[in-house]
Design a protein around this ligand. Structure first.
Ligand SMILES: Cc1cc2nc3c(=O)[nH]c(=O)nc-3n(C[C@H](O)[C@H](O)[C@H](O)COP(=O)(O)OP(=O)(O)OC[C@H]3O[C@@H](n4cnc5c(N)ncnc54)[C@H](O)[C@@H]3O)c2cc1C
Length: 360
């Protein structure tokens, strides 16, 4: 038989745990599903130096463990399980936690959107394990990686996907940035404040970034650009120390060079973890879930439709009434631990007010 919950939180990054903490303190008895990556993206970082309140910094895994303990202390029930399917078409919402026989949870994480849809369809043939009056989606995002076999071993060890987070650790170091969009320009410029040895590697012979950002990069004395170049190997004992770069020459031939490298920053995009909600929640063209506070035209439209007496009602609500979203899965712009935690707080407060309105 399905268990009926007032609030289910999906995800255990800073937004999920903060939502769980606030919801528990507001007596909403939230049940939080951590997914495969209990603790979320910060489990991959050693030093978290930009979360307010930690003057000496804090280890990412310790920070996430403390946040989990804090949510538990106030009564959030935390389940180290995946949500494998949802039906958000009617309230109470239906959620499934089982996997088809033979499918492992770690495989589920790697599965393509098509495979996930198959798995969802299979598990939905059984009764849902959970019913929920409200849901907060905090499933986060993943950085797009180069696809090199060993790159994940260097994440947080010289290889970074967040210059805002890590640039300050690379004072006067030799660093490389991969990418050609605005994020890559921003990352190169952020690094150039700390070191005069930044090389931007781009696989084409022109950037797709805005003209103003390109100009800033191309004119910056600390930044060199290597066009038509891709990283083919990352090397190092315990951290990145060398990369291999393949450059396509004007005649189409390819040359390989090895470069010492103390830092490698990937700025080739993020992928929101939103496949589970495909065709059920409004998402933008990149898959980010749209809420009434999304910084996009779709978000503005949702906000406008939900404005009363000059106030946007329940800003963290998605296109489905009763389903809220927070953190990197909605955040097209900032993608920081503190912004994710802030949105988790907002979502829990919105749910509290919304549930009160439903129940009275
Ligand atoms: C290496 C690295 C270093 C970073 N360093 C910093 C830093 O120094 N400072 C900073 O501010 N930010 C940093 N960031 C960014 C920061 O980690 C993210 O902005 C933040 O973690 C986003 O939080 P979130 O709650 O949105 O989701 P995430 O942390 O992405 O967590 C998502 C959660 O959703 C769960 N989930 C997904 N699908 C399901 C499902 N189907 N069922 C149940 N659960 C599910 C996952 O298991 C995970 O727990 C770093 C990121 C990385 C990768």
């Amino acid at each position: 038989m399905s268990e009926h919950k007032r609030l289910v939180v999906i995800g255990s990054g800073p937004s999920g745990y903060t939502a769980g903490l606030y919801a528990a303190r507001a007596q909403m008895a939230p049940e939080l599903y951590t997914g495969v990556e209990s603790g979320g993206q910060l489990m991959y970082t050693s030093d978290l130096e930009n979360f307010p309140g930690f003057s000496e910094g804090v280890m990412g895994p310790k920070f996430m463990w403390d946040l989990r303990q804090q949510a538990t202390k106030f009564g959030a029930v935390i389940k180290d399980q995946l949500i494998t399917a949802v039906d958000l078409s009617v309230r109470p919402f239906k959620l499934w936690t089982s996997l088809p026989t033979g499918v492992r949870a770690d495989e589920y994480k790697q599965a393509s959107a098509e495979r996930l849809a198959e798995i969802s369809a299979q598990v939905k043939q059984q009764a849902p394990e959970l019913l929920a009056d409200a849901v907060i989606v905090s499933t986060g995002a993943t950085s797009i990686m180069l696809g090199l076999p060993n790159e994940m071993t260097y994440l947080g060890k010289g290889l970074s996907t967040c210059a805002v987070c890590d640039a300050a650790f690379f004072k006067q170091k030799k660093v490389f940035v991969v990418g050609g969009g605005d994020s890559a320009m921003e990352d190169a410029l952020a690094l150039a404040k700390f070191t005069d040895n930044v090389t931007l590697l781009h696989r084409r012979d022109s950037f797709r970034a805005s003209k103003i950002m390109q100009d800033r990069v191309l004119q910056h004395p600390h930044i060199k650009v290597r066009w038509n170049s891709v990283v083919t190997e990352v090397k190092g004992d315990t951290k990145v120390s060398e990369i291999e770069i393949e450059t396509t020459q004007p005649d189409g031939s390819k040359t390989k060079t090895s470069e010492t490298a103390e830092g490698l920053f990937l700025a080739i995009g993020h992928r929101p973890v939103s496949a589970l909600f495909k065709d059920q929640l409004l998402v933008d063209q990149h898959g980010y879930i749209v809420t009434r506070q999304s910084y996009t035209s779709a978000g503005l439209q949702l906000a406008e439709a939900a404005t009363s007496a000059g106030l946007v009602q329940f800003p963290t609500m998605t296109s489905v009434e009763g389903v809220f979203a927070a953190g990197d899965v909605v955040d097209v712009r900032y993608k920081q631990a503190v912004t994710a935690a802030g949105m988790g707080c907002q979502a829990a407060l919105d749910v509290e007010r919304w549930l009160e309105r439903q129940e009275n």
